[in-house]
Design a binder for this molecule. Structure first.
Ligand code: KIV
Length: 282
């Protein structure tokens, strides 16, 4: 059964950890749902791990919708959050239009946007219009350039205070959950304690109400870089390359396909075929 936002909040209140993983297509969403995740994030990280961009900035609304629809087909009974891509929600009109598309056309249950207290008015407008919003603070990949790169956020007093203000402002504006990315564990614990809504950590230590990882990171399918906070539960890229190599070798050697992977026809039909004029003519 698909979890609801109030149920996710209740899980956090009960101390039951919320699991979230990114998924970007039918097979990854199917696998996530089969594993029993509480929520799926169709993250704009797809720009890097699926589309091969250097950052999430080039990702468009059409990209998000395309991947969201496939993920939704793979996990019809899972709470799906979809990212609003870079500059798709910088003012409330666009935020409302694009969130409506993600929910109505793509089947998202909630939308996620990156940014702190400056974004509270947008979160408020979306919430008022009926769109559940997930916030995302700390390291915000869409604006990593402004943050000086993919760096831990909130390590100094002013940075930590700002993140706390950001979290409180987003909650006050109506956010249903907040992703905390790359923040010191102690700060994430403090923010989690101060908020009523669930926090979801990624590189934020063990205390947030839930955790999220990128599908390709968790499975060892993205080797351009591996952040410290990623735990690889499998090394599938290696497995995949090994399997494709074996296939290529068997084709070259004539080992594949063998009888077990081929179709045959009745001998009398083959004989008739070889004896017909039509066959000889062609
Ligand atoms: O786009 C994404 O995958 C995300 C996660 C890293 C939280 O925002």
């Amino acid at each position: 059964m698909k979890k609801t936002a109030p149920e996710l909040r209740q899980m956090a209140a009960d101390g039951e950890k919320i699991t979230m993983i990114t998924a970007y297509d039918y097979p990854s969403a199917r696998a996530a749902a089969a594993a029993g995740v509480d929520t799926i994030l169709v993250g704009d990280s797809l720009g890097m791990v699926v589309l091969g961009y250097d950052s999430t900035v080039p990702v468009t609304m059409e990209d998000m919708l395309h991947h969201l629809k496939a993920a939704r087909r793979g996990a019809p009974q899972t709470f799906i959050i979809c990212d609003l891509p870079f500059m798709s929600c910088a003012e409330s009109g666009a935020a409302l239009r694009n969130s409506a598309r993600l929910m109505k056309e793509g089947g998202a249950d909630a939308v996620k946007l990156e940014g702190g207290e400056d974004w509270a008015p947008i979160v408020r407008a979306l919430t008022k219009a009926g769109a559940p919003v997930v916030g995302h603070i700390g390291l915000t990949p869409q604006t990593a350039g402004q943050l000086g790169g993919f760096k831990v956020q909130g390590r100094d007093l002013e940075g930590a205070r700002q993140l706390l203000r950001d979290a409180l402002a987003l909650e006050e504006a109506g956010a249903i959950m907040i992703v905390l990315e790359a923040t010191p564990a102690e700060l994430a614990a403090t923010i989690t304690e101060k908020l009523q809504i669930p926090t979801i950590g990624i590189g934020a230590g063990p205390d947030p109400d839930g955790q999220v990882l990128v599908y390709h990171d968790l499975l060892g399918m993205f080797d351009r870089f591996t952040p410290k906070f990623v735990k690889q539960y499998a090394l599938l890229e290696k497995e995949i390359v090994g399997a494709v190599k074996a296939y290529c070798q068997e084709v070259k050697e004539g080992v594949f396909p063998d009888n077990a992977h081929s179709f045959s026809m009745r001998e009398d039909v083959l004989k008739d075929l070889l004896e017909t004029d039509a066959f000889h003519a062609s």
